[in-house]
Ligand binder design. Structure first.
Ligand SMILES: Nc1ncnc2c1ncn2[C@@H]1O[C@H](COP(=O)(O)OP(=O)(O)OC[C@H]2O[C@@H]([n+]3cccc(C(=O)O)c3)[C@H](O)[C@@H]2O)[C@@H](O)[C@H]1O
Ligand SMILES: Nc1ncnc2c1ncn2[C@@H]1O[C@H](COP(=O)(O)OP(=O)(O)OP(=O)(O)O)[C@@H](O)[C@H]1O
Ligand SMILES: NC(=O)CC[C@H](N)C(=O)O
Length: 559
């Protein structure tokens, strides 16, 4: 342990890494969480506690941060924490900060009852899901922050994704790099972060502590997975993904510089497991941070609603999940028993609400208007719309949030009914293609996240996974009557959506020309539906929502 009185630069530092889940806009709650963390870090003997990016406001605060009252609330919270820092530990904490009339994304060092240093983010990300240039002004290139005789370089998140800020910090004498982050999960993120951090560590020859937030914020999920890398690229610290954790790390000065000696090593889940955990955390935080008592969903006996039900139970526990089977004349016996089997395996409340009277009532009401017309997709969609209306009524009556279940293949092609099965407030599988829904359902039958509240073992019966997908809106209907087989559809969509490949390239790579052209047309025309769709968890590099923003009115087509 070091203290300011033991003069001379410190040779050892105890740094508490606060991988926490703040809530956007909840300044009082975030302040309370920072205060509790500071108190327990003090008891553990920390010199310094490091919080993630913009901890006091929550990240990303979007246009909320433009409100002067919000800026003032964040500033007041920081000043309170600074006042309280008299007995230590020091806090390195992120907040929006107005400096000379410009609003910055900043980090502040609070110690000995005052704000002893402020640094502003230099590189404001403005691509993909990020819009920081819209709300923040860039800061000047920073110098290190002196702390107990040690020069701390504090680049903020995107500041390490290029070489300039770290180069400047190194040239001005930084000895340790400490990076507060608001870095959201996407499948490729671990490789991206590793490449970035290794590059900065090699260029600077400095150890780097990467502190990321955890938790869901609308469609983004932050995975945490904080870590420390020493100059020899040795991974000295690894926190788990998708859960809060606060631990002390020990840093030591050697002849050739500083090193992290921390021993907190956790397994970091990846691949499908990480996707599943992201969906669960995103759903849990959306429901809890928006203060819903629970969720309700239509359970059809199909795989999409079965997977959503499993995710909901893992997120919230069975007592907060209500599943309703809404059968009509096209609902098979198989679907009825499969839905019941899923509900039983998940131990959720399960009701059966037949929709015939409502569907037939609406049909009779419309009969004079529709006289002389043929039955078509209108009557099919009516079934979906009646289900949507009934689920929304349950939501109104009991306050539960309706979960909608359309996967990314359906969202891409418009294969869902507007104001029908698209009704709902949140969609945990929105960014998963149908082929991935199958994979995650199989995965959930043999594995669940460590903090999942659902039962172990088989929760989605094999038959639900193996049978041919159907909307059951007409006799004998199968999805593949209207859409290309999912394996082919998803491979084409992945190229058009995630990779933004030209149609001509997808065709020369061996996909059927007519199918590719049709899929491109469906993708373009369905934008109007996606604009009205509920938000859902982002897991890919490019999700519908913040990640891919196309015009609705759009005459361009490559086909
Ligand atoms: N550019 C635009 N901007 C704004 N609104 C626009 C629009 N173009 C059409 N519209 C409106 O949208 C309506 C058409 O959309 P909508 O009413 O949804 O109907 P529509 O897309 O014609 O039909 C729904 C499709 O989804 C399938 N489905 C439904 C339910 C579940 C599943 C499943 O397996 O999960 C599949 C169903 O088999 C059918 O192929 C038009 O009548 C018009 O009112
Ligand atoms: N009979 C039903 N009872 C309850 N909900 C239903 C029923 N049919 C459809 N739904 C709801 O509408 C959504 C769209 O379902 P649909 O069967 O049309 O296609 P799907 O995309 O294959 O979904 P799933 O795999 O869940 O069946 C379902 O996920 C479910 O939430
Ligand atoms: N908050 C940020 O600056 C995030 C941007 C960064 N490239 C990331 O996702 O990790």
């Amino acid at each position: 342990m070091t203290s300011p009185e033991t003069s001379g630069p410190a040779d050892t530092l105890f740094i508490a890494v606060a991988q926490l889940n703040p809530t956007v806009g909840d300044v009082a709650g975030n302040l309370a969480l920072a205060r509790r963390t500071a108190a327990s870090a003090r008891d553990a003997g920390a010199d310094l506690v490091v919080f993630p990016e913009l901890f006091i406001s929550g990240y990303p605060p979007e246009d909320l941060v433009l409100k002067p009252a919000f800026q003032q609330a964040c500033r007041a919270a920081i000043e309170t924490l600074a006042d309280e820092s008299v007995d230590g530990p020091a806090l390195l904490i992120g907040s929006p900060w107005v400096d000379e009339g410009r609003l910055h994304n900043s980090v502040l060092l609070l110690e000995e009852g005052r704000i002893s240093a402020i640094r502003h983010k230099v590189d404001l990300p403005n691509y993909g899901v990020f819009d920081e240039k819209r709300v923040f002004a860039a800061g000047p290139l920073p110098g290190p922050i002196p702390f107990r005789g040690v020069r701390l370089g504090v680049p903020i998140c995107e500041d390490i994704w290029g070489p300039d800020v770290v180069e400047c910090l190194t040239e001005t004498g930084a000895e340790i790099l400490i990076v507060p982050n608001g870095s959201p999960y996407r499948r490729s993120v671990y490789a991206e972060r590793e490449n970035t951090v290794v590059a900065r560590v090699v260029e600077s020859n400095l150890p780097l502590l990467y502190v990321n937030q955890v938790g869901g914020q609308d469609e983004l999920v932050f995975d945490g997975a904080s870590f420390a890398l020493n100059p020899d690229r040795f991974l000295a610290l690894q926190f788990p993904g998708f859960m809060e954790r606060v631990r002390l790390s020990r840093w030591q000065r050697f002849e050739n510089g500083w090193k992290c000696l921390g021993a907190n090593m956790a397994d970091r889940i990846e691949g499908d497991q990480a996707d599943y955990a992201a969906c669960v955390v995103g759903l849990r935080d959306y429901v809890n941070k928006n203060r819903f008592p629970g969720v309700v969903l239509g359970l059809s006996g199909g795989i999409d609603s079965a997977l959503v039900a499993a995710m909901a139970v893992d997120a919230l526990g069975p007592e907060r999940v209500h599943c309703i089977m809404l059968p009509y004349r096209y609902t098979s016996q198989e679907s009825r028993s499969d839905a019941a089997a899923v509900a039983e395996a998940l131990a959720v409340r399960y009701d059966i609400v037949p929709i015939a009277a409502a569907v037939e009532g609406v049909e009779a009401t419309l009969a004079p208007l529709f006289a002389g017309t043929r039955r078509d997709v209108t009557e099919e969609n009516l079934q979906s719309r009646v289900r949507g209306a009934l689920l929304m009524s349950v939501s109104n009556k009991f306050g539960s949030l309706v979960l909608t279940t359309g996967n990314k293949s359906e969202m891409s092609t418009g294969y869902a009914t507007l104001y029908g099965d698209m009704n709902g407030g949140f969609n945990p599988v929105k960014d998963l293609y149908k082929s991935e829904v199958f994979r995650l359902a199989r995965l959930r039958n043999r594995w669940k996240p460590a903090d999942a509240l659902g039962p172990d073992g088989l929760v989605i019966p094999e038959r639900v996974i193996d049978k041919a997908p159907t909307a059951e809106l007409a006799e004998g209907q199968k999805d593949e009557d209207s859409l290309p087989p999912y394996a082919e559809l998803d491979a084409i969509l992945e190229r058009l959506v995630e990779r933004e490949e030209p149609v001509a390239k997808v065709i020369t790579d061996g996909f059927d020309a007519q199918t590719v052209t049709r899929v491109e047309r469906l993708l373009n025309t369905a934008e109007y539906k996606r604009r009205q769709a509920a938000p859902g968890v982002k897991v890919t590099g490019r999700n519908f929502g913040r990640g891919r923003r196309y015009p609705v009115t759009n005459r361009f087509s490559e086909g």
